[in-house]
Ligand binder design. Structure first.
Ligand code: PMP
Length: 354
């Protein structure tokens, strides 16, 4: 896809409008007397001072993310969770009433909710019964109004990676819209994912997050990697200071401690294996689906009742028993060894009485 094609995907008014120019984007120097942003010059009501607006483009943090991920800073968008990137992509590329996005259920729920909020139509092609991409059906569904295709890999709630060759086929088949690969759980999978394909595919967007492996769900820090043109479009429409100062600082601190993340991932993967084996020995468990993520989709006897009974014991799982292709299944996040032990014991007891 060439630059003109890429440009033609954006809603025209987004390209034509003048973005908001914040004080910190009009003057980017660090020296001087700052009387341009109506801040409080004295300090903050907190012990640490946060009286100044943060860098709207998060340059220091992006430098570090670029190093960690092997991309260039201009290929990075940082958002208030990757949920922000999902919403901005829809708002930038999908004209309500004209365009639509393609979803591959069962998958992460926010794609559809964000589309609904923006009044953008959703088309769906089910995954196959083994939770893979139905490539011929997807190819048939793709049209010039399919502005976004969301592929979640590893997929939530099924936990599996999509076949890389199938994702590449979709990328090769569709040059009338963006193909978004949501890799929120990629750190738990044994693959590098699709970041290395960014230079080959200008219409590829890869999303990742600090909410899972990095253990920073409370911070709200999501990443989207794409062609610099696409990143620039997102920057035009994002709220000026979408990442607060604390998030930027702690994000940098986390990146300096990537080993701590790797250590936690190792622990969680060990627990994942242990929990799989234990679940498989519990009578009433029908299937533990293979997982490349930090959760397991588990099919069992009387899933709804089991869910309710565990809830009474304050063991809270995610009920996916009514979701297409996940019938009779609960989604279980991998916890600490103690939490997993309690969950397994509770599950065993409840299923014995079911
Ligand atoms: N994508 C997927 C597949 C997810 O499961 C989630 C969170 N559950 C998100 C994106 C959103 O992550 P964030 O916390 O970065 O907004």
């Amino acid at each position: 896809m060439d630059f003109n094609q890429l440009q033609s995907l954006v809603r025209p008014h987004i390209l034509e409008m003048k973005p908001y120019a914040s004080a910190r984007s009009e003057y980017t120097g660090s020296k001087g007397i700052f009387l341009d942003a109506n801040e409080n010059p004295i300090g903050s009501a907190t012990q640490t001072a946060y009286n100044r607006y943060p860098d709207p483009l998060q340059k220091a943090l992006k430098e570090k993310v670029a190093q960690e991920k092997g991309v260039r800073p201009e290929q990075i968008f940082l958002g208030n969770g990757s949920d922000e990137a999902i919403d901005l992509l829809i708002r930038a590329f999908c004209e309500p009433g004209e365009d639509h996005l393609l979803l591959l259920p069962p998958t992460y729920g926010m794609y559809e909710v964000s589309a609904n909020i923006n009044k953008v139509a959703v088309q769906k092609v089910s995954l196959t019964s083994d939770f893979q991409l139905d490539v011929p059906a997807i190819q048939q569904a793709l049209s010039s109004s399919t502005k976004l295709v969301f592929i979640c890999s590893p997929n939530n709630p099924t936990g599996n990676l999509m076949e890389a060759a199938d994702i590449l086929t979709i990328l090769d088949s569709h040059n009338e819209g963006l193909v978004i690969v949501d890799e929120a759980y990629i750190d738990f999978a044994s693959t590098k994912g699709f970041v290395p394909f960014l230079d080959a595919y200008p219409h590829l967007v890869v999303m990742q997050t600090f909410s899972k492996a990095w253990g920073l769900a409370g911070l709200r820090l999501g990443m989207a990697f794409a062609n610099p043109f696409v990143i620039n479009v997102l920057n035009r429409i994002k709220p000026p200071y979408n990442l607060n100062q604390v998030t930027q600082e702690l994000g940098m601190q986390a990146l300096e401690r990537a080993k701590a993340k790797d250590h936690m991932v190792g622990q969680l993967l060990g627990e994942r294996e242990r929990v799989i084996k234990a679940l498989e020995n519990i009578p009433g468990i029908h299937q533990v689906f293979p997982s490349d993520a930090n959760f397991l989709l588990v099919k069992m006897e009387n899933a709804q009742e089991v869910y309710n009974s565990l809830l009474e014991k304050l063991i809270i799982l995610r009920n996916r028993s009514y979701v297409h292709l996940c019938e009779g299944s609960l989604r279980i996040s991998i916890g600490t060894p103690e939490e997993n032990e309690q969950m397994l014991r509770g599950l065993q007891r409840v299923l014995a009485n079911a």
